[in-house]
Design a protein around this ligand. Structure first.
Ligand SMILES: [Fe+2]
Ligand SMILES: [Fe+2]
Length: 326
């Protein structure tokens, strides 16, 4: 066990070097990256109220399910404090403020922070949302935290974040195209730029795992298998509304996303396949017997999950969220 932990620490020391190096490649300069105000009505302009009116007119055309998904996505983004504190709790990494892990975590958080900020302001102005109800859910989600099965392990954390950034990319991208279809080009643009950020983040986390596979393939494989056996749960799986118990709203949110084709069981499989390809799982060498078994499990998983996904019926149950007026 001592050996195992020492090796993890050594590998992470090696990886943190890349985390420092790659900040400027995978994250954008603060001064020039987009900010929420680039997309929102500007209160210092005379045209402010007419801009809001225009925003509300296009938001009026968004379907109920799309608004529900957008609110769920926004709350997920706004629970960022949970994710940052969880990243800083990981063991086997340097807690030096200027070290790779801590610096990356802060810079990543600073980019992510814009997502919830932009979506929240949009929803506030849209006139479609019961903001108080949404805010209660956000506060609950941060207070309730999450349990995503990574423990304090940096490998499992990076596998989770690789998966999750890809999933959020899909989801924001699809909301963008659905919003466009519904006639809301502003929302479409907003979700498009957010999706772009998520894609960059996914590349970064995938790269870090790729580097881990280079130096510790067996443990990386076992960590990947373990995360897939547990299933990658969404960070908002504890989502709830006022008066409800932990997690009671989450299923309705994912039903709406599945119904609209924003994020589906097939997307889950596609993301898994992408990770298998990008990490060259098929050709990883230097595996022990346990590592080989882990690889077998992973390689067979997409087909198995696809069969399950194909049998799944589209959830038809309509649900009235307290977040949405009317
Ligand atoms: Fe985000
Ligand atoms: Fe993200």
């Amino acid at each position: 066990m001592i050996f195992f932990e020492e090796k993890r620490k050594e590998v992470m020391k090696h990886i943190e070097k890349f985390m420092l190096e790659k900040i400027s490649e995978y994250l954008k300069p603060v001064d020039t990256i987009w900010q929420p105000s680039d997309f929102l009505p500007d209160a210092t302009r005379e045209t402010f109220f007419s801009e809001i009116k225009e925003l509300q007119e296009s938001a009026a055309g968004l379907s109920y399910d799309l608004i529900a998904v957008l609110i769920g996505d926004t709350i997920t983004e706004e629970a960022l404090p949970t994710y940052e504190s969880w990243l800083t709790m990981v063991e086997g990494v340097s807690k030096d403020e200027e070290g790779g892990w801590m610096k990356w975590t802060r810079h990543w958080t600073s980019e992510e922070n814009r997502h919830g900020d932009l979506l929240n302001k949009y929803l506030f102005l849209s006139g479609r949302v019961n903001m108080r109800m949404m805010e209660v859910s956000t506060q609950y989600l941060i207070a309730d935290g999450f349990e995503i099965g990574t423990g304090r392990d940096p490998y499992r954390n990076f596998i989770y974040t690789s998966f999750q950034e890809l999933a959020t990319n899909v989801s924001h991208r699809r909301v963008a195209s659905q919003a466009k279809k519904d006639g809301d080009t502003l929302l479409s643009k907003m979700c498009g730029v957010i999706a772009g950020d998520e894609a960059r983040h996914a590349k970064a986390y995938k790269y870090f795992i790729e580097k881990i596979f280079e130096v510790d393939p067996n443990e990386a494989m076992i960590a990947f298998e373990d995360m897939m056996r547990k299933k990658i749960v969404m960070p908002a799986h504890f989502l709830r509304e006022v008066g409800l118990k932990v997690g009671q709203t989450f299923g309705h949110f994912t039903d709406a996303a599945q119904r609209l084709g924003i994020y589906t069981a097939i997307d889950y499989v596609d993301i898994l396949k992408e990770l298998i390809d990008d990490w060259h799982i098929e050709s990883v060498t230097d595996l022990t017997e346990t590592g080989e078994k882990a690889r077998d499990y992973i390689m067979n998983l997409p087909d198995r999950l696809l069969r399950v996904a194909e049998r799944m019926k589209n959830p038809m149950l309509e649900y009235k969220f307290s977040w949405i007026n009317g």
